[in-house]
Design a protein around this ligand. Sequence first.
Ligand code: SAH
Length: 342
Amino acid sequence: MKDIRGFYPGELKTEIESIGEKPYRAEQIFSWLHDKKAGDFTEMTNLSAALREKLSENFSIAPVRIVEVQKSRLDGTQKYLLSLADGNVIEAVLMRYRYGNSVCVSTQVGCRMGCAFCASTLGGLVRNLESSEMLGEVYAIEKDLGERISHCVLMGSGEPMDNLENVIRFIRLLGDPKGHHMSLRNITVSTCGIPEGIRRFAEEDLPVTLALSLHAPDDETRKKLMPIANKYPLKEVLLACDEYFKKTGRRLSFEYSVVAGVNDNEQEALKLARLLHGKNAHVNLIPVNPVTERHFKRPDRREVEAFQKTLVKSGINATIRRELGSDIDGACGQLRRKYLNT
Ligand code: SAH
């Protein structure tokens, strides 16, 4: 059965007409799905029982159900374990900021990128998530919280550029004025750096922020952390990022997970400053979150601060990411791992 939550308004109209219903019904249904976040046809109370029945015979709405919620007592961060129709489980995280509520969504079940410090990739890629399932993550959390979700980061498990067409559909649906109507400027897409994907994404010309997971100032160091660096040299990745900036005018964000003894000395900070010189960039330093299955160590706070200072002195805008939810299973993919291992 076709998943009705994944249709754009125009497509939904065609679908609704194809089952012999009036086109205005499509607008009502779209509003139920994306504005009122109905997870079931029975909730659509301004439609006749007969129509609701007909819809359920022809379409499905991907169930995204809350299995477990871990709540941080420190800062209100909530980590959700969610289940899908086929029994797979994924993670999404709610982060509460002064400027609004942000959800970190997964784009795939697992991941095949193999980054050395990341828990999400440990079991490999299971499958891509459909746009409807990614929407389901945001909508389930909004309903659970009872407050609007204003921001979204695609920084959960999975590589967005490895599931790009579904990701684009998700973003466009999330931003639809007749639906959730999230401002596209409040959305950040994080990638390990796949040049074709970045270029294809730039073509869409969406005003979302692109974040590149850099993690090293040169290919040699980067290869130690990210297998994808064997395939694409930094030069090529940064060129694609420049093109993204030229096309969209959106300032780029660079993520740099600081790993003790691997990429955290002053020479590396200076190299990074040279690499990013002249770009309209912002560097986000993330002290690596140690994962049980991995041996990487988090550097001292002082060292991360020194790294940041070196960057700033060299004219590069850099901040240290505030750590949220440190009392719950913080790092990407750890809650799901724990669940699968028990
Ligand atoms: N596949 C996307 C999204 C991944 S998660 C990407 O690679 O960008 C978002 C960010 O968290 C990435 O920069 C990722 O490298 C980083 N990350 C993952 N596990 C981490 C850990 N244990 N400690 C610090 N950063 C981590």
